[in-house]
Design a protein around this ligand. Structure first.
Ligand code: NAD
Length: 451
């Protein structure tokens, strides 16, 4: 079994990637078990040093990794460079963790009580195709720092940069078997991670449907699980906002990475009193988005990841969906899709389901209470933006919207120094931030009697 990687910008074949089967997965997990025992016994400062060397190896390979991602996934080259640099930064950040996994000394009678953060063992990381290397690093960097081994299964469509990261880890001196990249099908390698008794935690990023299945499977062994799932996040623009700035930035909050972003603000809620003014500025901004050859340094948005995904995105735009306006996209080979702005009714499919492409649904709202209710009228709760000049309103709405990652007067959502994850059916647990390494440990309490 194998998968043929196609460059989504040209339709040309890039390479063939062999898929592992369940027996290969078992062999990899067995090697990981052995490697993890030795790794957990390495002095914290030495573990930190090895992770810093891994970060250095990624740093030296940024341009290569970036070109690989652009060829495999169609990401604009400037964005791919950022992603590779982000992997380096995440590794550097968590290289500080081995020496900072600090337990507690708790006052008790008759002795001394201390806690330890013990590694879990082997951690399975399953990634989606939209941000292959960054999302992988959010799992493997803190997991390795906490003394675990990692087996990583990349998405079928986008395995190339993960495979390269596996090579760089070995070149940097990570012990054999400690970090292994296992390309294969979700139903084979991924499911084996769920059922294998020696995989003690799963970090899954992907669709809500598959995430639920994985959570149910993990229950059988009380396996730890972190889920980063889908979204249908709202960008809320109040009448008192800087309307020009809100309109100029809105396209990038949903069309970046061609809308293939779990944090995409794919619902744009605009207060009715400024709706027409906002839409006029927004149309100009959407027309200005540069969609094209991802190797061009000035390109802002590339193609969709595959032809199959392009068809899936297109299937949402049935004849009854009102299209307000579109941006541009190249003709010819490649999975191109022009940024599309639709103005549906509140309950319409395009306004409620995750499309995962460059399509935004604009919905008017009346007042603050209506905006919060509309933003929360979804099973998801991942991210969102609030545009207002009123500080009190910014605070009230940020507290009122049920989402894990909100920003006021900006669209920022991911920083490796701050926690990331979803409310409701957008996920379970948090990645990144100062506490992530401890999420890959179990707390052990030990009492030493003094009498
Ligand atoms: P997907 O669920 O189809 O696949 C994700 C991964 O799971 C792939 O590696 C796939 O091979 C594997 N998989 C599939 N079936 C499996 C099974 N039965 N057991 C184990 N593994 C299995 O998702 P996708 O289409 O690759 O990614 C898009 C989705 O990911 C979107 O819903 C998006 O919102 C979500 N996403 C969420 C975040 C976040 O942080 N919350 C980030 C990126 C993407």
């Amino acid at each position: 079994m194998s998968y043929t990687v196609i460059n989504p910008a040209t339709g040309e074949t890039v390479t063939e990637v062999a898929h592992l089967d369940a027996a290969d997965t078992d062999a990899a997990v067995a090697a990981a078990v052995t490697a993890q025992r030795a790794w957990a016994a390495v002095a914290p400062a030495d573990r930190a040093r090895v992770l810093r060397r891994f970060a250095d190896a990624v740093d030296a390979d940024v341009e290569h990794l970036a070109r690989l991602e652009t060829t495999n996934s169609g990401h604009p080259i400037t964005q791919s460079r950022w992603e590779a640099g982000h992997v380096r930064d995440v590794l550097e950040y968590y290289s500080g963790a081995p020496e900072r996994l600090i337990g507690q000394q708790i006052p008790v009678a008759g002795g001394m009580n201390v806690t330890f953060h013990e590694p879990l063992g082997v951690v399975g990381v399953i990634t989606p195709w939209n941000f292959p290397m960054t999302i992988a690093s959010w799992g493997f960097a803190p997991a390795l720092a906490a003394g675990n081994a990692v087996v990583l299964k990349p998405a079928e469509w986008t395995p190339l940069t993960s495979i390269r990261l596996g090579e760089l880890a070995l070149e940097a001196g990570l012990p054999e078997g400690l970090f292994q990249v296992l390309p294969g099908r979700g139903s084979v390698v991924g499911e084996r991670f769920v059922s294998h008794p020696d995989v003690r935690k799963l970090v899954f990023t992907g669709s809500t449907a598959v995430g639920k299945r994985i959570m149910a499977g993990c229950a059988d062994q009380v396996k730890r699980v972190t889920l980063e799932l889908g979204g249908k996040s709202a960008n809320i623009v109040f009448a008192d906002a800087d309307i020009e700035r809100a309109a100029a930035t809105a396209p990038y909050s949903v069309f970046d990475n061609a809308g293939q972003d779990c944090c995409a603000r794919s619902r744009l809620l605009v207060q009715r009193s400024v709706y027409d003014r906002f839409m006029a500025h927004f149309e100009t901004a959407v027309q200005g988005v540069r969609v094209g050859d991802p190797l061009d340094e000035t390109t802002e948005v590339g193609p969709l990841v595959t032809e199959a995904h392009r068809a899936s995105v297109a299937s949402f735009l049935t004849d009854d969906v009102p299209v307000a306006f579109r941006g541009s996209a190249p003709d010819g080979p490649g999975s191109w899709f022009a940024p599309t702005v639709v103005t549906p009714e509140r309950g319409a499919r395009v306004a409620t389901e995750e499309i995962f492409g460059p399509v935004v649904a604009v919905l008017p709202f009346e007042d603050e209470a209506d905006a919060i209710a509309l933003a929360n009228d979804t099973e998801f709760g991942l991210s969102g933006s609030i545009w207002t000049r009123d500080l009190g309103r910014g605070i009230r709405v940020a507290r009122g919207v049920a989402g894990g990652n909100l920003s006021v007067n900006s669209h920022s959502s991911v920083r490796y120094t701050t926690p990331f994850g979803g409310f409701k059916q957008s996920g379970l647990g948090r990645e990144l931030g100062p506490d992530a390494a401890t999420h890959f440990t179990d707390t052990k309490n030990v009492f030493f009697a003094s009498e």
